[in-house]
Structure formats: structure tokens, C-alpha cells
Design a protein around this ligand. Structure first.
Ligand SMILES: Cc1cc2nc3c(=O)[nH]c(=O)nc-3n(C[C@H](O)[C@H](O)[C@H](O)COP(=O)(O)O)c2cc1C
Length: 187
């Protein structure tokens, strides 16, 4: 079966927005990518699942490197710019700059990084896996930094969300009960 964009099933997921920055035949570019995942602690590996038609796909194949910034709650407009229209057609970074967003060059790869993200990662292509209509590009992180004051933006049901309230973990009593049940069901 297919699970199309915007369908009831797709809308139940909660994701981050990765702002994937690349450089290549279409110039410096930025793309919104909700399918951005932390895949390994050591070495640090990050996956971005990118549709084969996107300029970002062409650039990662061409240069074997990309930046991934985890969007902060102040960057929902930047995500909309990055996710609307292709870098094949217009310069999204220039448009974002005109709207007040700032970019600076990455330290170790040849891409621009948006300022004010929750996390900034510079990646070298580690592997790629063809997955249906997307390609999962796995990047090894060679530079990483965090902006502790910036809260990550969540994406759910086609809308941007601010995570407001953490839910309580199970109480000590419930945790004790779970421990007892685990002991009773040891294999
Ligand atoms: C919130 C949001 C999340 C998105 N997530 C993805 C994604 O995970 N993978 C993908 O291939 N495209 C995703 N897109 C679509 C691309 O960002 C969009 O098609 C973009 O124009 C591609 O840019 P490019 O051709 O310059 O690379 C998303 C768009 C938005 C608005």
C-alpha cells in the first residue's frame, strides 16, 4: 500500500524538521526534511530521506556532503521557505536572508548553515540506501554543535508545534510493579 503525504496515517507521526543545506550545480541550497534521524552514537550517523527529484538529492550525490540543522521554534518560517519550491528554480537562501534569517559558512564542508537552529551538524556522506520514492542519505557527523537556548521545532499533522509540557514518567509504585512483572517473566 501507499501512505501519501497528508494522509491520516502520515499525520499521526511526530518528527523534527532537519534543514538540509547543500551546494552543487544549483548553487547553495536549503531544504526542509522531516525525515531526519539520529541513527548511530559512535560514529555519529544522521539519516535524511530525500525525494529523488529534489535539488538536494542531486547535490548530495555530486558533493558527498551536507549540513543538517535541527530547526528551532523560531525557524518555522525558514522551514516553510526551505520546503516550498526547489533550489533548481530560485535561491531559497537569498529569499530567507531578505526575510531576516542569517547564514554563515560551515566550518568543514562547503555549505551555508542557518543561524539560530537547535543543533548544527556537518556531515560527510557515509552511505545511501534507495527506499521507495526516497533515498536515505546517511551522513557521518564531522562537526556538531548545539544552541542550548533554542528549543527544537516539532512537526505533526502538517503543522509546526512547540513542545510545551513534558509528561510524567510512571510513578515509583508503577515502576516497582513493572520490575516485579519483569522478574516473573524472565526467560
Ligand atoms: C515541513 C516539511 C517537511 C518536508 N520533509 C521532507 C522530507 O522529509 N523529505 C523530502 O524529500 N522532502 C520533504 N519536504 C519537501 C521538500 O522540502 C521540498 O520539496 C523542497 O522544495 C525540495 O527542495 P530542493 O529541490 O531545493 O532540494 C518537506 C517539506 C516541508 C514543508
Amino acid at each position: 500500500m501507499n501512505i501519501p503525504w497528508g494522509s491520516d496515517i502520515a499525520n499521526r507521526f511526530i518528527t523534527n524538521i532537519g534543514l538540509v543545506t547543500t551546494n552543487g550545480i544549483h548553487g547553495h541550497n536549503i531544504m526542509a526534511c522531516e525525515w531526519t534521524f539520529h541513527l548511530s552514537y559512535g560514529p555519529a550517523l544522521i539519516g535524511v530521506s530525500v525525494n529523488q527529484r529534489h535539488a538536494t538529492h542531486i547535490h548530495i550525490r555530486e558533493t558527498k556532503e551536507f549540513g543538517v540543522c535541527i530547526a528551532s521554534i523560531n525557524q518555522s518560517m525558514l522551514s516553510s521557505i526551505a520546503g516550498r519550491g526547489s533550489g533548481k528554480m530560485f535561491d531559497k537562501i537569498k529569499v530567507a536572508e531578505k526575510l531576516g534569517f542569517k547564514f554563515s559558512p560551515a566550518k568543514s564542508i562547503n555549505v551555508m548553515m542557518p543561524e539560530g537552529s537547535a543543533v548544527n551538524l556537518e556531515c560527510k556522506l557515509f552511505s545511501e540506501i534507495a527506499l521507495g520514492d526516497h533515498t536515505l542519505f546517511v551522513g557521518e557527523v564531522i562537526e556538531g554543535s548545539v544552541n542550548p537556548q533554542e528549543k527544537p521545532l516539532a512537526y505533526h499533522s502538517g503543522r509546526y508545534w512547540d513542545m510545551v509540557a513534558a509528561q510524567e514518567k510512571p510513578s515509583a509504585e508503577v515502576r516497582e510493579k513493572i520490575k516485579m512483572l519483569i522478574e516473573q517473566h524472565v526467560k
